[in-house]
Write a protein that binds this ligand. Structure first.
Ligand code: GAF
Length: 397
């Protein structure tokens, strides 16, 4: 069965009640930001290419108050997190432990006009985004933190463009979490729109909304509930390989390399690098084609492109894993019943798959994947997701 996704109002009520219990007053400021699922366009964002994510109905909520003390106190209600309560002097914004707090500290350090006095605050965080599930729980925390801090800073950051905010959140992830991510996750968490996916041109830093409100199809997100250690180290390695390959091919970034160009220049690359580039170049093309297919309601073409994307990530980019491959295979066994396509989503080495499926078939598809995956010794979690809104302030009155 699919998971119940807690409504935002329920999360806000929980956070407010927990805040009052801890600090003895009501919070005055609140913000929320969603996680994301990428429909197609994987490992293309840091190559200046295209990505095609949608914002999820699962969100991170932050509530709090400015205070007069010299200490910042932050607590999270997130399940499965060690050290739920943190206190630190407002003048000390350094990455440390627990790791989850670095996303808030990192964003605070990037706020325009930041001054330690702004960090005198009591904060409570709660989330329905699965942590470490490859659906951007970290970006949702950064973007929620930015949207929260803007209000705490009382207008000191007015006039900052959305792109600037996104870039600041991305920088927080680079500098405080040590993850050299692209722009996709923060972009969609900030700019997502109810009933739409967003085709993002990562070079132009611009998005084009594509309606996705046909009730006859749904997006099924399946969490493998595994996360292999490789995910931390392999991402920077892939990114570096792409930069080196772009140099060898004489282009600014792999966005500028076409499939034809790659074949002509094949000799300039070793076998592994060639495969990496092949993925990026073909994935960039697939992503644009997929957005057009979705716009035309051509779900068969869209599904085929998802499958081609998975194969490319598995064989050429080598960021999939047995569990993700199994989930995709089990989903595709249900093609005759109504599955259009399925693929791993996010950075890889665990996390989630995304499947486009006919609404009328989704429960039987879940039951099939569930039993086949259990037979491998693993348990999956399923979310039926509507494309949702990006970050916003939340009124507490
Ligand atoms: C992670 C990164 F944070 C994104 O920027 C993107 O590169 C993705 O992996 C792969 O497409 O989520």
């Amino acid at each position: 069965m699919a998971q119940h996704i807690k409504p935002v109002e329920e999360l806000v009520c929980e956070a407010v009640a927990a805040f009052e219990k801890r600090f003895g007053v009501k919070p005055s400021v609140a913000a929320k930001a969603p996680g994301r699922v990428n429909l197609i366009g994987e490992h293309t964002d840091y190559n200046d290419g295209f990505v095609f994510p949608m914002a999820l109905p699962m969100v991170t909520v932050i509530v709090g108050n400015p205070t007069a003390s010299g200490t910042c106190c932050i607590e999270t209600l997130a399940a499965g997190v060690d050290h739920k309560y943190v206190e630190f002097p407002v003048s000390q914004l350094k990455p440390g432990t627990p790791k989850w707090c670095n996303y808030v500290k990192g964003v605070a350090a990037q706020m325009p006009g930041w001054w330690p006095c702004f960090l005198r605050m009591h904060v409570f965080i709660t989330t329905s985004v699965p942590l470490g599930g490859g659906v951007s729980s970290s970006a949702s925390m950064e973007v929620a933190a930015y949207t929260f801090l803007e209000q705490i800073m009382l207008g000191a950051v007015n006039g900052t463009s959305l792109t600037d905010k996104i870039l600041r959140c991305q920088k927080a992830e680079h500098e405080f979490a040590g993850m050299p991510c692209g722009i996709m996750d923060q972009f969609i968490s900030m700019m997502g729109k109810d009933g739409h996916a967003l085709l993002i041109d990562c070079r132009a830093q611009q998005g084009r909304l594509v309606p996705m409100s046909d009730p006859s199809v749904v997006v099924l997100v399946t969490n493998s509930n595994v996360k292999h250690e490789l995910s931390g180290s392999e991402y920077p390695t892939r990114r570096k390989q792409c930069e080196t390959a772009a140099e060898a091919l004489g282009v600014n970034s792999l966005r500028d390399a076409t499939e034809l160009h790659l074949e002509e220049q094949k000799k300039a690359l070793d076998e592994e690098t060639y495969s990496r580039v092949k993925h990026v170049v073909s994935e960039t093309r697939r992503t644009v084609e997929a957005a057009t297919a979705l716009e035309n309601g051509d779900y068969n073409t869209f599904g085929n492109l998802m499958v081609a994307s998975h194969i490319s990530l598995r064989d050429d980019y080598e960021v999939s894993c047995k569990e993700l491959d199994d989930l995709v295979d089990f989903a595709l066994e249900m093609k005759p019943e109504g599955v259009f396509g399925s693929r791993m989503t996010g950075g890889g080495f665990g996390g989630c798959t995304v499947t486009l499926v006919k609404t009328c078939a989704v429960e039987s598809v879940i039951a099939h994947i569930d039993s086949k995956y259990k037979a491998t010794g693993n348990t999956a979690t399923f979310y039926i997701c509507q494309p949702s809104d990006g970050a916003s302030r939340v009124s507490l009155h």
